[in-house]
Write a protein that binds this ligand. Structure first.
Ligand code: PEP
Ligand code: MG
Length: 617
């Protein structure tokens, strides 16, 4: 029974994984973070029944996985290997035999025995040298969580059985569980773990299931039956919302519904302002499977393919042939649209288990991205060879991450020359003329953008990192997240400098950080002269609609006005003055707020949801 104090309105900041507004009761699945089961010793007479209860729970978990594998064979194409490994782990000695042995020999209940088996397994995994195998403990935890849910008799994600649709909350959901939510009494879901690019977030977006991931502590503060508001765009959660918040979100929900339906009509229209300025609107993708989503949402190409995703979740580095097949398929699938593939951006916060990494004090400033590729030429050359070979099959552009100096660009170009010379000598077909560009995401690259622009075919501004490095704000650190300011005058000036340098050298300038899909910044970006904007596919119709309602002339005036501001607050004030009247659907009083969570601090005045606890937005 919850006390009144437990029902104090609380705002939790997660990561918007798939947009939409939900107001509903939640259902907590599985164990809370840190929750300890009340341990019970069994009477001798109950031991047999307890062992049978455990076996039955594993049987049900297994049946659940097998059904999902058959039912969603097509949608789960990229995940069947994970399901298969989970099926094996369910019956593995480490968990299955150990748990049964503990029940039968120590006379303890199934939950306690399972907890013990998991802890012992964790210890064994921690001692493994191989970093890939060590990381597999996460899979074991997922499998054990699945058995726990079955023991609790709450194994099904389809619904609570009360007829009322619910918001599911858990530490994490497997992709196939999210697929099953479609057919159940589920409004959406919230997880404690994961990020915008975790498997669960990607599957949720592709199915359009409103969701928030990475909501720290949610399983500790929420209980089944609690009322919750979920904003899948900004990642905001209101637990025990106030009446003001409920009124606000009910109205917002209706508006959102109407607006989203209207926006869909813009999906395949050209991204062109009223006075004829054309902007390329493209998609960011991680895996080749997301290409279909990009086309469905009207992308005019791929502005950023984060190639590191195919190096993650595997024991070995993909070889040239595997990469070639992958890139070729992507290029063919997207043809005649251009596809920008960024070379491996490992390190920082992405450590493919297949690559050996020394631990670093400051990984974001360490052996990351192009620095790693130049340090490990064999891996880099295999990727370059695969890229140039695949380039024959479509409109490839190659992009290099985290460039800081001319010297790096020259080293890359020398490598490209030697890779092409080798392919030529070997008689292997490859694309000779592939546009080669660099990401501008470090302040030093901004400073020498004029120099770099003479060496490459295009720039793409990676604002996620540029903001991190320019403002010295760790993009993954919750403690300083409120200081992560896309509209800081320093950031805006840097963008202007890069665009001017690119255009002076006659090359296009794109933006592929989260900022590119942020409606609250879009008019400024148009005014600053960005040629291409690349974003999550879902944002594309919204961005296109807004572009088609804008004029280049007005946008330039707005950009000049914000560039004259001396503080972030002044920039916010300026946008608050200008945007609601000009774009009433998006920003009017009680209008829609931006769709993305990353630039949350830019929520407009009079449009922000009422804060119950002086929250960040
Ligand atoms: C960026 O930094 O803006 C970017 C697009 O790259 P990533 O988010 O993959 O670091
Ligand atoms: Mg980056």
């Amino acid at each position: 029974m919850k006390s009144a104090i437990d029902r104090i309105p609380r705002t939790i900041y997660g990561i918007g994984a798939s947009p939409g507004i939900i107001i509903g009761r939640l259902r907590l699945l599985g164990r809370r973070k840190g929750q300890r089961h009340v341990h019970a010793h069994l009477d001798l007479i109950r031991i047999g029944a307890e062992a049978a209860r455990f076996r039955a729970a594993v049987d049900r978990a297994e049946a659940q996985l097998r059904t999902a594998r058959q039912q969603f064979a097509e949608q789960l194409a990229g995940y069947t290997a994970i399901i298969d490994s989970h099926l094996l782990m369910l019956r593995d000695r480490m968990i299955f035999d150990r748990t049964l042995a503990a029940i039968e020999q120590q006379g303890i209940d199934a939950e306690w025995a399972l907890e013990k088996a998991l802890n012992e397994t964790r210890v064994a995994f921690a001692a493994i040298d191989d970093s890939y195998l060590r990381a597999r403990v996460h899979d074991v935890e997922q499998v054990v969580e699945r058995i726990f849910r079955q023991l609790d008799d709450q194994g099904e994600v389809e619904g609570a059985g009360t007829g009322e649709k619910v918001v599911l909350v858990a530490r994490d959901f497997a992709p196939e569980e999210i697929l099953r939510m479609q057919t159940g009494q589920v409004l959406g879901f919230v997880t404690e773990q994961g990020g915008a690019t975790s498997h669960s977030a990607i599957v949720a977006r592709s199915l359009g299931i409103t969701s928030v991931v990475g909501a720290a502590e949610i399983t500790q503060v929420a209980a089944t039956g609690d009322l919750i508001v979920v904003d899948g765009g900004t990642g905001l959660l209101h637990l025990h919302p106030t009446q003001d918040q409920l009124d606000y979100y009910r109205e917002y929900q209706q508006q959102y519904q109407r607006y989203s339906e209207e926006v869909a009509a813009y999906t395949h229209l050209a991204a062109e302002t009223i006075d004829g300025l054309a902007v390329r609107v493209e998609a960011n993708i991680g895996k080749a499977e997301e290409a279909a989503l990009a086309v469905e949402y009207g992308a005019g190409g791929i502005g950023l393919c984060r190639s590191e995703y195919c190096y993650l979740d595997r024991a070995t580095v993909p070889d040239e042939e595997e990469l070639f097949d992958l890139y070729r398929e992507l290029l063919v699938r997207l043809s005649p649209f251009p596809v920008t593939i960024r070379t491996l951006d490992a390190g920082g916060d992405k450590f493919p288990a297949s690559l050996r990494w020394a631990s670093e004090m400051n990984p974001a400033l360490g052996l990351r991205a192009i620095r790693f590729s130049l340090r490990e030429p064999a891996i880099f050359i295999a990727q370059l060879r695969a890229l140039f070979r695949a380039g024959v099959y479509g409109r490839l552009r190659i992009m290099f991450p985290m460039i800081t100096s001319l010297c790096e660009v020259r080293r890359i170009k020398a490598l490209i020359d030697s890779v092409q010379a080798d392919l030529r000598r070997e008689g292997v077909p490859f694309a000779e003329q592939v546009p080669v560009g660099i990401m501008i995401e470090v302040p030093s690259a901004v400073s020498v953008a004029d120099v770099l622009a003479r060496e490459v075919d295009f720039f793409s501004i990676g604002t996620n990192d540029l903001i991190q490095y320019a403002l010295a704000i760790d993009r993954g650190n919750e403690q300083v997240a409120h200081m992560y300011e896309p509209l800081h005058p320093a950031v805006l000036r840097m963008i202007r400098q890069v665009v001017e340098a690119g255009h002076a050298a006659g090359i296009p300038v794109a933006m592929c950080g989260e900022m590119a899909g942020d409606l609250a910044v879009l008019p400024v970006l148009l005014g600053l002269g960005l040629d291409e904007l690349s974003m999550h596919p879902y944002a594309i119709p919204y961005v296109k609609r807004m572009i088609r309602q804008s004029t280049a002339e007005e946008s330039e005036r707005l950009a000049a006005e914000v560039l004259a501001c001396s503080s972030t607050q002044e920039v916010h004030d300026c946008l608050n003055r200008c945007l609601p009247a000009r774009y009433p659907e998006e920003f009017g009083q009680r209008g829609l707020r931006q769709l993305k969570g990353s630039c949350c601090s830019v929520v407009m005045n009079g449009v922000s949801p009422p804060a119950a606890d002086g929250g960040r937005c």
